[in-house]
Design a protein around this ligand. Sequence first.
Ligand SMILES: [Zn+2]
Length: 141
Amino acid sequence: MADADSPPRKPVSEPDELTEPFFAAGAEGRLLLAACDSCGELRLPSSPVCPSCLGEGFSWREASGRGTVYTFAVMHQRYHPAWEPDLPYNIAVVELDEGPRMPANVVGVDNGELAVGMAVEVVWQREGDAPVPRFRPAADG
Ligand SMILES: [Zn+2]
């Protein structure tokens, strides 16, 4: 039963059979990518099939966790009550140094300072018990 007095919780990605290692590594602060066993293409573990060659097998590779802001938007409107305290908040697409692009919030920077091309690094935060990958400006950015 939901407690009417507790703030609404943000929906988070639930680990499944495919993504469990991704979130387990995230709980340790590490970012994993899925490397196609057939062609080597790196991707987020969002698909069991390689988008490049349709191969099914993949192996986990640890990524640097570094990338650059590819694009972003700042949300001023409430789409879910759990995000109301965060308004306005950003949603960015980060291009990882390894190539894949990853949607995520960028934290530790004012929305007005956020810029395309900004160097960022992954920081895992928790929503409830769930590790959530976000990014912050790179320390040596
Ligand atoms: Zn492939």
